[in-house]
Structure formats: structure tokens, C-alpha cells
Design a protein around this ligand. Structure first.
Ligand code: ADE
Length: 242
């Protein structure tokens, strides 16, 4: 998979691309990520990429030309173009899974007060990462990229993301490591019992309890699924109705 991110602030991505799982995924050729400064695509003699809004109003607005030129230069027949904007569809784990099937994703980061409305015509989807407004699309583009890359084959252990919160409409169960007791807080006995069936049941009960308490909106579908194994293959079984 290739992900091209169009931004005016390439330096914001240095840490993101050079640490941890994303860095490893790039080094192991699981993904190619290019950060493209679309200021290079302006034909303005002063390299301007923004201007005052027609009709007046606060702030500067990104002009269409540099972004259109940049997209023209990198877009292919199989490219999917995402525009980061608080007006977009709210991002979720299902969208992250769907995006793993794409071969080439272009993410456009808006900035300043806003972008010229005609830029929207470039996008296949507009995506928001939540009902709050950031100074630009850089952090959303990193969040989207991160959520896709960790799901690509061979990037992290498949079991880790099959157990993720949201995968079965349930939040994840609590996990513990050493020590068995810390400042009076104990690891639940069942996790120390070595009894796999009881541990599996306890984890599922905890997922259901947590989801009811914290995200009742997620369980309106009314069914809980449980991961089951057929030799090496994993699948999900409908187990109970809420
Ligand atoms: N740009 C500014 N705020 C944003 C948000 N919440 N999601 C996506 N892009 C944005």
C-alpha cells in the first residue's frame, strides 16, 4: 500500500514516521508513506497558497490551485482521495479496515481558517476524526494512517488487533502484567488460575460490562460476538443477545 499525504507542514510528520510500529512497517516495505509539501505546486510568484475569503470574513483560505496541481501529479486510476475536515464522516474502525483494501490513498490536510470549497470536488471521502476542530488535517491524517498501517498484514500480531476494542462492537477487556499486587490493587484471581475457559468467559463478561457502562451506544445492535478458532483460522460466533 502507498499513502501520500499532502500538507503544508511536512516537519510535523518526522516523529510519526521515524518511531515505533510505523517506522518498522516502512522499513519492512509493508507500506510506503510520502509526505508531499503542496506549496511546491503553486504557480504564485511569492509561493502563496492562501488568500482572503471572497465576501470578507476572518482568516485565510487555502487556494485550490496548489492542491489540484499536487493531486494531478500523483493521482492514479486506483487512488482513493481522503480530505480531512471536521465536516466529514466520523472515522471509525470499520472505515480503517475498509481502507486497508486500497492500493493508493491520498490524504489532503486542510489548514488555516478553511479551504476553498472547490477542493472538496477532489475528494472521494471527507473524514473527521471527531466533533472538535484542530488547527489542520495533519494530526487527523496521522491518526488515519496509523489506524490503517497497524492492520496491514504482518505489521502487528493479528491476534492483537482481532482483540481490539470495537472489533466485535465491544470495548476491550482489562489486561494486567507483573506484579500480581501493586499499591493494594490485585490482579483478578481468574487470570492467575491457568483455566483457559474461565479466563475466556471472564474476559467476555468484562467486555460486556465495560461496554454497557462506557459506550451503551455501541451495543444497540444487541448481539455479542466471540472469537473462535478453527485450527489456525479465526472467526466470530454470535453468542448471546443483550
Ligand atoms: N481538521 C480540523 N479538525 C479536524 C477534525 N476534527 N477531523 C479531521 N480534520 C480536521
Amino acid at each position: 500500500m502507498k499513502i501520500d499525504i499532502l500538507t503544508l507542514f511536512p516537519k510535523m510528520f518526522e516523529g510519526f514516521l521515524n518511531e515505533s510500529i510505523i517506522k518498522r512497517a516502512i522499513n519492512e516495505n509493508k507500506v510506503e508513506i510520502n509526505i508531499i509539501d503542496f506549496r511546491k505546486y503553486t504557480s504564485d510568484s511569492h509561493n502563496r497558497v492562501d488568500d482572503y475569503p471572497y465576501g470578507g470574513g476572518a482568516g485565510m483560505v487555502l487556494m485550490p490551485e496548489p492542491i489540484f496541481n499536487a493531486v494531478d501529479a500523483i493521482k492514479k486510476d486506483n487512488s482513493l482521495i481522503i480530505l480531512c475536515t471536521p465536516q466529514g464522516k466520523t472515522y471509525n474502525q470499520k472505515m480503517a479496515y475498509d481502507l486497508t483494501k486500497e492500493e493508493h490513498i491520498i490524504i489532503i490536510c486542510g489548514h488555516y481558517e478553511g479551504f476553498d470549497e472547490r477542493i472538496r470536488s477532489l475528494a472521494d471521502i471527507e473524514v473527521s476524526i471527531g466533533d472538535f476542530v484542530l488547527t489542520g488535517g495533519e494530526i487527523p491524517s496521522m491518526a488515519i494512517t496509523d489506524s490503517i498501517v497497524r492492520l496491514l498484514d504482518g505489521v502487528i500480531d493479528k491476534d492483537s488487533h482481532l482483540n481490539d476494542s470495537f472489533n466485535n462492537d465491544l470495548l476491550d477487556y482489562p489486561v494486567y502484567t507483573k506484579p500480581q499486587e501493586f499499591r493494594g490493587m490485585k490482579v483478578p484471581d481468574v487470570l492467575l488460575s491457568g483455566h483457559h475457559e474461565n479466563i475466556r468467559k471472564w474476559r467476555l463478561e468484562e467486555q460486556i460490562k465495560r461496554t454497557k457502562e462506557r459506550r451503551p451506544d455501541l451495543i444497540k445492535k444487541g448481539w455479542y460476538y466471540e472469537k473462535i478458532s478453527f485450527s489456525k483460522r479465526q472467526s466470530w460466533k454470535k453468542i448471546c443477545k443483550y
